[in-house]
Design a protein around this ligand. Structure first.
Ligand SMILES: Nc1ncnc2c1ncn2[C@@H]1O[C@H](COP(=O)(O)OP(=O)(O)OP(=O)(O)O)[C@@H](O)[C@H]1O
Length: 590
């Protein structure tokens, strides 16, 4: 039996035969006994300590490790201690210690960090959820039908916590299966329809993401008889009002829509029976100031008056104010962090590409198309106007391209998402609207045509590729205008073992106020148009004019100019490219 099997037995509550332990005990020497006494004391004191923090390196703290080392190596200490009355270590204590070590190992291997009191052990199989938490056979069957053979790290740790009915704040990389991590325990908890009204609400920032969660929830709740409702603007409001909503168990929507229904006279929605409130993309929905999501969420929170209400906050990224809010407001909160907080998923190869100027972007993307792009490709721009402009340009290049932004009708948005999912659209131009949560299977490449407004936005945008264990690539264009966030994003790339020029990493750190300002104020950019490529020289003049005051202000920018001249050469080369009127596009269809 290897250590893993032992762990499985322990976590399933199996007891070991006492015989082998007695045999081991008979062979122990004095030093071992001392160590055991120490270990037992450590476990007991650890258990007694009401520690707020438990991490994946849980076990001995460095001080304890040092102390324990001295026990074994310091002869004087051994002599001193061997005079102390010996304490026999019980079988239970041994098991507890072994269990603790295995838990630590599993968390370390899966980069799971936990914070909070009494955090249960992570599970390593979905079967464990049945054995230890009574997860239903139906749900296990539905997970198997979805071809999920084993839990992802966030599912390993967050599912047991939610199955225990805890308030949870969880963060894990993009595309790592957070949706199932919260849906499965809630479906399991609700079990069957109760006809009292909504007992769970899931909120997501965009209609597209809410619709995606709804589809996943319907699949996972298959044959449970639970009724799930997706509320969008176009849906009939009568579905949620009066007795009509009693037939539903789970509501999935955006905060804006839910608040709208709550604020009708009389209210078109009642949330008094809600036991679970899930806030997906929680850092966005809970952040004060930048958008009005927090106000909407506050109204919803106030409407969920059931004392049994639990909150689950999930996201790939977290901001300090949101974490502080959760710690202050959620009793017995358990926090789970997979990987490093606010880092990019390591399944995406990331590249920064200096394109000189706005016209250089169009040349660069055409160059990429000419060399052969592997669809599906997502292209992010900073505004709907720019999405329309780029669409007009690429449309005449003969690419199967479409665009999605907030101004398009719901029908157009739905059709566009469907066509992209089904492979009819190869290149989808989008705004920040599609930056978070959307799970397009097998996106091969994300192009940040316009530089992301923040590091957080960058992490979410590039996370549209490299999902569910697949690999992906992300290319981020930048010009001289994009220096404020360049260094921070370069650091994210470096952390994921990507290559970034040293001079970018050496650039001066931007003031927080400047970065904050950029989050809500996209830089003014020249329009995306072929006309510009005919006026490349004029464009270059503009770029130089714009960059002079910057160069004066910052030494780092001067260095930037010098070092980036090589990159400019490669852009010049591609400037020979004219917008392709021919249909000789090298898109390799998968
Ligand atoms: N246990 C599993 N095994 C294999 N694939 C899984 C498993 N759980 C979820 N998936 C798949 O992983 C993909 C990404 O999952 P999901 O959309 O939940 O990611 P996420 O962590 O919420 O990402 P984001 O932060 O971008 O919203 C989905 O296609 C989902 O079907």
């Amino acid at each position: 039996m290897d250590t893993h099997d032992i762990f499985l037995q322990l976590t399933r509550g199996a007891r070991f035969n006492s015989k082998p332990k007695t045999a081991i005990k008979a062979n122990q020497n004095t030093t071992d006994e001392i160590q055991e006494n120490k270990t037992a004391r450590s476990i007991i004191s650890k258990k007694a300590k009401s520690d707020e923090e438990v991490s994946h390196s849980d076990g001995f703290s460095s001080e304890e490790e040092e102390e324990s080392f001295n026990y074994i190596n310091g002869k004087d200490d051994i002599k001193k201690l061997s005079k102390k009355p010996k304490k026999t270590v019980t079988a239970e204590e041994r098991e507890a210690k072994l269990h603790e070590e295995m838990v630590t190992t599993i968390r370390k291997e899966n980069l799971i960090t936990v914070r909070g009191k009494d955090i249960p052990a992570p599970v390593t199989t979905f079967e464990d959820l049945k054995n230890e938490y009574g997860m239903s056979d139906r749900l296990l069957q539905n997970l198997a039908t979805a071809t999920y053979s084993k839990p992802t790290p966030i599912q390993m740790q967050a599912m047991p916590l939610l199955l225990q009915g805890r308030n949870v704040m969880a963060s894990a990389p993009t595309g790592s299966g957070k949706t199932i991590a919260f849906l499965a325990p809630i479906i399991n908890d609700l079990r069957k329809p109760s006809k009292v009204g909504f007992r769970a609400v899931v909120l997501a920032p965009t209609r597209e993401l809410a619709a995606q969660i709804y589809r996943e929830c319907v699949q996972l709740a298959n044959q449970t008889a639970l009724k799930i409702h997706f509320q969008a603007k176009s849906n009939n409001n009568n579905e949620t009002s009066g007795n009509a909503n009693k037939k539903y168990d789970i509501l999935i929507s955006t905060p804006n829509r839910v608040r709208f229904l709550l604020e009708q006279e009389p209210p078109a929605l009642h949330l008094t029976e809600v036991e679970w409130l899930v806030i997906d993309e929680a850092d966005r929905l809970m952040e004060e100031g930048i958008n009005n999501f927090k106000d909407q969420v506050d109204v919803i929170l106030a409407a969920c008056t059931n004392k049994k209400k639990k909150l689950a906050l999930f996201s790939a990224t977290y901001t300090v104010p949101v974490a502080k809010w959760a710690i202050k407001n959620l009793p017995n909160l358990a926090r789970v962090i997979v990987g490093h907080e606010n880092s990019a998923t390591n399944s995406v190869e990331q590249e920064l590409l200096f394109v000189g100027s706005e016209s250089g972007k169009l040349l660069a993307i055409r160059d990429m198309v000419r060399k052969g792009l592997k669809p599906p490709v997502l292209v992010f721009v900073q505004s709907k106007e720019r999405a329309k402009e780029l669409f007009q340009e690429l449309l005449y290049d003969g690419i199967n391209v479409d665009l999605i932004h907030a101004d398009r009708s719901q029908q157009q948005r739905d059709n566009c998402v469907r066509a992209f999912r089904e492979g009819h659209i190869w290149v989808l131009i989008c705004t920040e609207l599609m930056g978070r949560g959307i799970d397009f299977k097998g996106v091969n490449l994300v192009i940040n045509y316009d530089f992301p407004p923040s590091v957080i936005s960058y992490i979410h945008r590039i996370g549209r590729t490299g999902r569910a264990g697949r690999n992906g690539k992300a290319i981020t264009f930048f010009t001289q205008n994009d220096t404020p966030n360049l260094r921070s994003i370069a650091n994210i790339i470096k952390e994921s073992n990507g290559k970034v020029p040293d001079f970018i990493l050496a650039m001066k750190k931007q003031r927080k106020s400047e970065r904050k300002w950029l989050e809500s104020h996209a830089p003014k950019r020249d329009s995306i148009s072929t006309r510009i490529s005919k006026n490349v020289e004029k464009e270059k003049d503009n770029v130089e004019k714009n960059t002079k005051p910057m160069a004066k202000k910052r030494k780092a920018s001067a260095e930037f100019d010098k070092k980036s001249s090589k990159t400019k050469l490669s852009t010049k080369k591609s400037s020979n490219l004219q917008p392709s009127a021919s249909k000789k596009i090298k898109l390799k269809k998968q």
